[in-house]
Design a protein around this ligand. Structure first.
Ligand SMILES: [Zn+2]
Length: 194
């Protein structure tokens, strides 16, 4: 709750409306032209905002039922463009799969898998692009919230890329599993940490 209040204040300070969320990033986000418009589980447009003080590269956030992707342009600028795009797709996948409403220990692997498949199916990621994520992904630690240790996380990314299931079918299958959650209706302000 305290975190939600903090985000409310931050949004008042830094958020400005935009019909094209990715445009907010401008020069800080070189691959923005490849983005699809992100929509959440309800079909709501997900705006993108920048916040340099975010203690991570990106977060998926819901404030007053409005979904946002918060990006840290300073941290993202240290990463290759395609990896920046992957983290954006990862946050979008959290919104598309309703993870803010119903987080589980499998949320992070699910978001990773959908992000890779979505980028693959839209021509954003080649297999070589995903292979090139290895030096950044493998050193990452796992987390109690469900992030896989880097080596396993990278292996999952490759497994998902090589899997023939489409991102659309994967998203539909995962969404159907979430459809019955009552939390979707009553949740208002939720922060999904990366
Ligand atoms: Zn995540």
């Amino acid at each position: 709750m305290r975190l939600c209040i903090v985000f409310s204040l931050l949004f008042c300070l830094f958020w400005s409306p935009s019909s094209q969320g990715a445009e907010v990033m401008r020069s800080h986000f070189p691959v923005r032209t490849h983005f699809q418009q992100c929509h959440d589980l309800r079909g709501e447009f997900v705006s993108t905002i920048r916040f340099d003080e975010l203690r991570d590269v990106a977060h998926a956030v819901i404030m007053n039922k409005v979904p946002y992707i918060v990006l840290n342009p300073t941290r993202l600028a240290t990463l290759p463009p395609k990896l920046q795009a992957f983290f954006y797709e990862h946050e979008c996948a959290h919104h598309l799969l309703g993870h803010n409403y119903n987080p589980t220990l499998s949320s992070e692997p699910e978001a990773d898998c959908l992000a890779v498949k979505s980028g693959r199916d839209r021509g954003l990621f080649t297999r070589a692009d995903v292979v090139a994520f290895r030096p950044w992904i493998v050193p990452l630690r796992g987390s109690m919230r469900g992030h896989l240790p880097g080596k396993k996380r990278f292996a999952l990314l490759m497994q998902c890329f090589d899997d023939s299931e489409t991102d659309k079918n994967l998203a539909e299958r995962m969404q159907s599993a979430l459809a019955t959650t009552a939390r979707l209706r009553r949740a208002r302000s939720i922060v999904h940490r990366d």
